[in-house]
Design a protein around this ligand. Structure first.
Ligand code: HH2
Length: 288
């Protein structure tokens, strides 16, 4: 019998955070919600809202209360369009210095969204338990070593410097994953600690982003959990012209299709709505 206090608001047992938290969460065999917390002035959909530490911590508490499984915290915008300014590591660390310990104290597994190995190492030592690298271990040559040394799970996300409408995006993502997995293998990162993400919006045309969600099953053969982060992204605007804050319905549609096609984790800004949509879809599937 599980104590009521260790049940989350959906009635699932809450695993204790730690490096084993992600495998334990995945074992629950329901789609997980990774909540986005951007401690940045310039993120594409919520830049500046959570740069103030008190606002960031309050938002983390809200996301946890709404049913997030993982809190993904980042302090450098990764947006591939709109000329996001690169952030020096000291600045990235100082944005997180007060926020990260308070977010870790909430008790949910925290992932650090960074492409810098030294920042990832600092965050893991401060209590983060997952590394979310939107360059899939291929940008910072030290990232794989840091992940291996901390025995941390890692999200390997496909990326490209520029979109190329002429490429076969499925083949490109597959080749990228193979390179990342080879790097991970050489560094000694266990396959049981790897999540693959086709990187919606990263170096892709809107059409290619949609293809990645439609063809998600192409990567099931790796035998690894798949993550999709479609929340508020630009491809939604290509179907239904809208500002980022107006893309909730499109984000939910994309994440429901992603889960239908095999995503184990969705990365979302709007956690309450995402949790509800996933729960209703699962209930309807059970009713069949
Ligand atoms: N997307 C963003 C950032 N990190 N990580 C993973 N694994 N997958 C994604 O699709 C992904 C990600 C971009 O979204 P956001 O964090 O809201 O914006 P910004 O990078 O501008 O802060």
């Amino acid at each position: 019998m599980v104590a009521a206090s260790s049940l989350d608001r959906r009635g699932f047992a809450n695993p204790a955070p730690g490096a084993g938290a992600l495998p334990r969460l995945l074992a629950a065999r329901r789609p997980l919600v990774m909540a986005v917390l951007n401690v940045t002035p310039d993120s594409f959909s919520d830049g500046g809202r959570f740069l103030d530490p008190q606002n960031a911590i309050a938002q983390a508490q809200r996301l946890a209360a709404e049913g997030a499984d993982i809190l993904d915290i980042g302090a450098e915008s990764t947006r591939p369009y709109g000329n996001a300014a690169p952030v020096p590591i000291e600045e990235e660390r100082s944005r997180l210095a007060d926020v990260l310990p308070a977010v870790v104290a909430l008790g949910l597994p925290v992932s650090i969204d960074t492409r810098k190995a030294a920042l990832a190492a600092w965050a893991l030592e401060a209590g983060a338990v997952i590394v979310n690298d939107v360059w899939g271990l291929q940008r910072d040559p030290d990232m794989a070593r840091v992940v291996a040394e901390h025995a941390a799970p890692v999200v390997i996300t496909h990326n490209r410097d520029q979109a190329d409408p002429a490429i076969d995006v499925v083949a490109d993502v597959t080749a990228f994953f193979e390179r990342s997995l080879a790097i991970a293998g050489r560094a000694g990162i266990g396959r049981d600690r790897i999540v693959l993400d086709p990187g919606i919006g990263f170096g892709k045309t809107p059409q290619q982003s949609m293809t990645c969600i439609a063809r998600l099953d192409a990567w099931r053969g790796f035998g690894l959990p798949l993550l999709v982060g479609a929340s508020r992204k630009r491809f939604i605007n290509s179907v239904a012209p809208s500002e980022p804050a107006e893309r909730l319905a499109g984000s939910l549609a994309a994440h429901l299709v992603a889960v239908e096609n095999g995503a184990a984790i969705v990365r979302a800004h709007d956690v309450a709505a995402t949790v509800q949509a996933l729960a209703v879809a699962a209930a309807i599937r059970c009713a069949q």
